[in-house]
Design a protein around this ligand. Sequence first.
Ligand SMILES: [Zn+2]
Ligand SMILES: [Zn+2]
Ligand SMILES: [Zn+2]
Length: 250
Amino acid sequence: MAVDHSSDRWGDQNNPFGDEFYSVPYEEVVRARAEHVLGDNRDALRHFVELAIWEALDRPDHLKVLVSLLWHWEAIEPEWVADACFMTVGDVCNLAESQPIMVFPCLDCGMEIAPSNRRHRIRLLRRVDGFCGDDVGNGPPADLLCQTCQQQKEEHAEQQRRLDDLRHQALLAEYRARPYADRRQTREWTVLKRQIHRRDDYRCRMCGRNGVQLHVHHRTYATYAEERLEDLITLCSSCHEHFHFLSEAS
Ligand SMILES: [Zn+2]
Ligand SMILES: [Zn+2]
Ligand SMILES: [Zn+2]
């Protein structure tokens, strides 16, 4: 399109190359467009909901089936259905819930989960759908279990946590009780040592030399056998010796 830069023709406000045009950030323009698209589509959806309901108004059985169907469609507002039926939202809710299309048995014991409202029912459907498509190997989401099963699962997880913690503490105590010389023969120590040396670029952190024999020095023994990265540093054998000589002397 040819652009006429004369302000007579475009006027200050309409000139797409004027200051006004550039002052609106792109993101806001796109958001405004998106809101427009959403609004138009919602209006269209509402219009079709009304058409379908009005066709069914003089056939109560048909209306009940239709309302139950629309009730499960998240994008459709309950108010639209109620207005089109000339009913209150509460009455429409009772009508739809009097004959629920979908049921959700607890995935553990099979007892039916009673959804507390329309949103809950829609969420359950989405959860089942998500769980079926999820191949990560996680257990079922908590809301697909009845309250009793949920509680049992939580208690079991808590017991497992407690057991893991106790065993971890016991193993740690045993490990700590072993002589340091033994630990230096373990695979755990080899892995740890390699990581510390790699982090320190295979250089002594005191004199900066590499290509010499490297040790791992504990800055603290408080975390012994559960060391954090910052608790250990790389020292060459001579700096290490010197360091321990000094600290013992002081
Ligand atoms: Zn259950
Ligand atoms: Zn050194
Ligand atoms: Zn040391």
